[in-house]
Structures are given as C-alpha cells and as structure tokens.
Ligand binder design. Structure first.
Ligand code: ASP
Length: 285
C-alpha cells in the first residue's frame, strides 16, 4: 500500500481517470477536517466523486434512525463507504450489515487505521523502518491514532516508547495486544531521558471530548508540551509528527525547525488514501 501511495504521489496524473463514475459515500458522525477532506480529494483525484451524508444534526439520525439502517440505505448510493462515529466498534458493526466496503475513519477512542497508513508512509519517508525508535506521547488512553499506530508498528523492527501521565496510559486491551504481538515497548511519564534516543516523536492531543469528567481533563491539560528548546536534546534527524489538530502540545516555534513533519504528514493523506481507495474499488483489498 505504501509503495502504491509513493507511485501515485510521483505521478498522480496516471490515475486521474481510473475510477471515473465511482462514488464514495462519506458519513461523518463526528467532526473531521483532514480525514474527510483528504478522502474527498483522493476520490476526486481518482476521477470519482463523493456523496456526503452532511452534518449529523441535519440527517435522519436526528429522527432516531439506527446506524444499521443508515448504512443499509446509503450502501445503495455508493461503491464504498467511509465512516467516522463516536462509538468504539461502530465501523466493524456497521460493516456487518452491508455488502459494499466500509472504511473506518475513526471509531470513538478505538482505532483510526487510515491515519496509521499515512503515519507509516511519513515514517518511512523520513526515518525508514530499520532499527527504528519511536516515542508516542500525550493521550495514549483515548487517542485512537495511537492505538492503530502502535499495533501497526509491531510489524516492523521498531522500539516503542509511550510517554504520558499515568492516568492516560495505553488501555489494557491495547497493551495486551502489543505484548501478544511481541512488541518491544516501554512506558514512561517523562520525555526527558527518552527523547535523545528517538528517531520519531509522535505527539498527540489530549482528547478533551472523550473525558467523562471535565475536571479530569483539566488535571492533565497542558502537560506534555514541546517547544524548539525541548528539542535541543534530540537527535538532529528526529522527525516530529502529530495527527493534528494540535491545541498546545507543539509550540509554533517547532514549525520552523527541520524536525517538523506534521503538515507534510497531513498532506500525505491524499496519496495514501488514493492508494487505499484504488485497492478497494478494484476489489483486491
Ligand atoms: N484527527 C485525529 C483523530 O481524529 C487526532 C485528534 O483528533 O486528536 O483521531
């Protein structure tokens, strides 16, 4: 998939007409900027188009329609669906009701697998996968991009360091899966002492919307921030990534450094999602 994405990035014109007439149904039950827009761009750049459910509060969900019914209807309008929903497991559940492919664009605090594809693409472009040391910092509990990336990295020669407050450590299920997959991993509460060993630092936002109690959020908000001075201790080649949106985890002065790759990372979402859609629409995924 990453090879295909690289080919597409090099020569997007070669696929500009490849899926003319095909439609992607987009169902976003939660806010999205990058994922929705890059799927839309990807589909249009393959010659296809999208049909969008629109905002949840203007859809039949407001009238009490179940998710199962919504996807059963919408599958008749499109060749594949992409869905984001606040409930963990919702994408898997919805896919069981329909015959067209359904892509999980984020299921609550569960997984965000297409983000991981573009994260892997970005890691490969910048650090490569040989003898790789990755630090993943921030909200490891509710951060779905973290859960998907940590799983995916177990397929590579990667050492993973997880840096977070104790209350936001990896969920037990994710930690268990990583152990089962034989991941080389360590957990920390401080970035200091680990930073200098890292090839990639993947910073994440504290997922305010997932906290059951706003006070709990306030206790951890504002911790685990980096600025350009923090990175003095890092390797010159350190790649700093973030799935975005950032709130205050990465100060603006990091943007000017060679380390910052998060905007390029977001741009990589288009060729990567083109490669994914291409595989799915060809029926070979
Ligand atoms: N955009 C990512 C997501 O949808 C990361 C975030 O929201 O913090 O999970």
């Amino acid at each position: 998939m990453l090879d295909r994405a690289a080919e597409i990035a090099d020569d997007p014109d070669a696929v500009a007409d490849r899926h003319r007439g095909k439609l992607l149904g987009t169902l976003f039950f939660e806010p999205s900027t990058r994922t929705k827009m890059s799927f839309t761009a990807a589909m249009k750049r393959l010659g296809g188009d999208i049909v969008d459910m629109g905002p949840v509060d203007q859809s039949s969900v407001k009238k009490g329609e179940s998710l199962a019914d919504t996807v059963r209807v919408v599958e008749g309008y499109a060749d594949a669906l992409v869905m984001r929903h606040p409930l963990e497991g919702s994408a898997k559940m919805a896919s069981e009701f329909i015959d067209v492919p359904l892509i999980n664009a984020g299921d609550g605090a569960g997984q965000h697998p297409t983000q991981t594809l573009l994260d892997l693409y970005t890691i490969r472009e910048n650090a490569g996968f040989d003898d790789l040391t990755v630090g993943i910092m921030g909200d490891l509990k509710y951060g779905r991009t973290v859960h998907s990336l940590a799983h995916a990295l177990t397929n590579f020669d990667a050492q993973q360091h997880f840096i977070s407050p104790e209350s936001l450590q990896l969920p037990r299920g994710v930690r268990y899966d990583l152990h089962e997959a034989g991941a080389s991993m360590r957990e920390h509460t401080e970035l200091g002492g680990v930073l200098e060993t890292l090839d990639v630092l993947y910073v994440t936002r504290i997922q305010r919307e997932r906290f059951p109690d706003e006070n709990e959020y306030r206790e951890v908000a504002g911790q685990y921030q980096i600025d350009a001075d923090t990175l003095d201790a890092a390797k010159d080649e350190l790649t700093v990534m973030h799935p975005l949106p950032r709130v205050d985890e990465i100060a603006a002065d990091v943007d000017e450094t060679e380390h910052a790759q998060y905007f390029q990372q977001a741009h990589n979402g288009v060729p990567v999602r083109m490669a994914l859609l291409d595989l799915i629409l060809e029926g070979s995924a």
